[in-house]
Design a protein around this ligand. Structure first.
Ligand code: M6R
Length: 581
């Protein structure tokens, strides 16, 4: 999983590509690099770590009108300068940046005797495979790609050439042209304020891009026509960082995201009668997603069963993918994904679609791969989410699914939701809580029903940015094993927002206390139990409490990470968008 960016024709190509890479850094930040043409030869600059390290190596005013760049999330080979892209062919004629995984690279390496590689990457095999093919550069690229199994989005340059060559399969790639040149890359953000329209490439399409022209080809090398997408009205505005960290900015944006979501779904009527009636015809809903989006799917399923009495199932995409599940035409397959680019989620969407099932996606990124596959699209309006830990996207997914369910159930809760979005404001997290909490080596989040889902999400946040070995679980499950771990070094964070389950939560808290565990209670309810710490939540209707309760827990994780000296925006080993299996 990586981000790629290329520029041809623009005199300030290096600057454009480096700026583009910064926007793509959410796709990986293990290393980065550029390749550019100077005096007809290919030059490379690479660096380990974030793009700022690469920038320090680039001399001021370095000019080139043919440039490719890459930001890496390591898959094959450790994090090192050698493994950083771009990779150059043995003959030094070609350089390549690649997002994806060449699954049969070992086989290709043997078959074509590609030995003595400089790096440990599958990409270096690909660039040499390209060099070994017959014909013109496009033929070479097509020939190599046709032999590859796996996923790729690639930008290729050649010495003594003023062109860039593009190819893609199962990884995103788009290209745009203006009077001054072309740019290509992994997502639409790189085109901000520079282009009026862009072309989104389909699998097994190829492009030759020069300063003045774009030519598109299929995998047989035949020329094809493509329709551009107008992006002049695309909203690129919310990429500015007015806080020190994107994660905090995004947490603070949540009240606005809720208002925007309400407005879109009620005033602009994004979910019209026709779509609602189509959705209503399905007897069953099967949600499929990863990570945080899996948690919002669990919440969506709870809402659907409660209000619409529809049978629901929720699967983790990487499990669903190889499980050979029984599919049904009565079922709507719902794919929830902030990015719309998560490899496992996309693979499952393609799989069910190929078998003739209907696919809906709930996604935050317009024109994403998932949107492209789906029969029905339910957009979320969180705006660009940059921090690796998902916050506002989760809240927008939960709120959007709630709105969908209430509309499907024909329950008119418009006033209730409106009152909520107007009254709900940022939560003031009391940092004094951090020190006592930080003394615990073991942390469990517990809850029932919707609070169980919140516990899972809260625990994921704390793991991914504060590296705390914690766990979210159903309160009722404690006594089936985990209770054995409870002692005075354990903190149990109990989430309680459902009046009818209050007494059950209290019993679980007593069970923890009886074993010497300490308890932090996060609730808007009046509880009859003594606890060690409390976070009091503002009270709203129970169906809205999953949104209200998760935000202090996002802030807990954020502040905890800061306290330990970690950068919450860029946790180790992770990337924002997981575009490989
Ligand atoms: O873009 P997606 O919603 O498909 O991403 C799914 C997960 O990779 C993502 O939610 C991940 O778990 C987050 N880092 C959690 O904060």
């Amino acid at each position: 999983m990586c981000g790629i960016c290329a520029s041809v024709g623009f005199k300030n190509g290096v600057e454009l590509v480096v700026d583009g890479l910064k926007k793509l850094e959410y796709r990986g930040y293990d290393s980065s690099g550029i390749a550019y043409l100077k005096n007809d030869e290919i030059n490379l600059i690479k660096s380990v770590g974030q793009i700022k390290n690469l920038q320090e190596k680039i001399t001021d005013n370095l000019q080139s009108d043919v440039v490719i760049g890459h930001t890496r999330w390591a898959t094959h080979g450790k994090v090192s300068v050698e493994n950083a892209h771009p990779h150059i062919s043995f003959g030094k004629s070609f350089a390549l940046v690649h997002n994806g995984i060449i699954e049969n690279y070992e086989h290709l390496k043997k078959q074509f005797q590609i030995d003595n590689l400089y790096s440990q990457t599958d990409t270096e095999v690909l660039i040499n495979l390209i060099e070994k093919q017959e014909g013109k550069t496009l033929d070479k690229l097509i020939g190599a790609c046709n032999m590859v199994e796996g996923s790729f989005a690639v930008c290729l340059i050649e010495k003594k050439s003023d062109k860039i060559y593009l190819a893609k399969r199962n990884s995103p790639l788009m290209v745009a042209i203006s009077q001054n040149g072309c740019m290509a890359g992994s997502d639409i953000s790189i085109f901000a304020k520079k282009f009026e329209e862009c072309f989104i490439l389909e699998d097994d399409e190829f492009v030759i891009a020069s300063a003045k022209k774009l030519d598109f080809f299929n995998k047989y090398g035949e020329k094809i026509e493509k329709t551009p997408l107008n992006i002049s009205n695309f909203d690129f505005s919310d990429e500015n960082l007015n806080e020190k960290y994107f994660m905090l900015k995004e947490i603070k944006e949540q009240p606005i995201v809720l208002k925007k979501t309400f407005f879109k779904y009620f005033s602009e009527n994004y979910l019209n009668e026709q779509l609602l009636s189509q959705l209503g015809k399905f007897k069953k809903f099967h949600f499929i997603a990863c990570g945080t989006a899996y948690h919002s799917s669990l919440m969506g399923a709870l809402f659907l069963e409660k209000f619409c009495r529809k049978e629901c199932q929720v699967s983790i995409a990487s499990e669903f993918r190889y499980a050979n599940r029984v599919l049904s035409k009565n079922c709507l397959y719902v794919f929830v994904s902030q990015s719309g680019e998560t490899a496992d989620t996309i693979a499952c969407a393609k799989l069910v679609k190929e078998k003739g099932m209907k696919v809906m996606c709930v996604t935050n990124v317009p024109y994403s791969t998932l949107e492209h596959i789906a029969d029905f699209v339910l957009p979320t309006f969180a705006g660009k989410e940059v921090a690796v830990a998902s916050t506002k996207a989760y809240v927008s997914q939960v709120f959007t699914l709630l709105i969908m369910v209430l509309k499907m159930a024909k329950i008119d809760e418009q006033d209730l939701l409106k009152d909520f979005v107007l009254r709900y404001d940022n939560f003031n997290f009391d940092e004094k809580l951090l020190f006592p909490i930080s003394k615990f080596k073991k942390v469990f989040f517990i809850g029932r029903g919707q609070d169980y889902v919140t516990s899972l999400e809260a625990s994921l946040k704390l793991k991914e940015i504060a590296y705390l070995n914690c766990m979210g679980m159903a309160s009722g499950e404690l006594k089936h094993g985990t209770l054995a771990l409870i002692d005075k070094e354990t903190l149990v964070i109990a989430v309680s927002t459902v009046e009818s389950l209050k007494s059950k939560v209290e019993s679980n808290i007593e069970e923890v206390k009886a074993r010497g565990g300490k308890v932090l209670l996060l609730s808007n309810l009046v509880h009859n139990v003594d606890v060690d710490f409390r976070i009091d939540l503002p009270s709203f209707d129970e169906i809205l409490m999953p949104i209200v309760s998760v935000i202090p827990l996002q802030l807990l994780a954020f502040n905890y990470a800061l306290m330990l000296g970690y950068n919450p925006d860029k946790p180790r080993n992770l990337a924002k968008s997981v575009t490989v299996e």
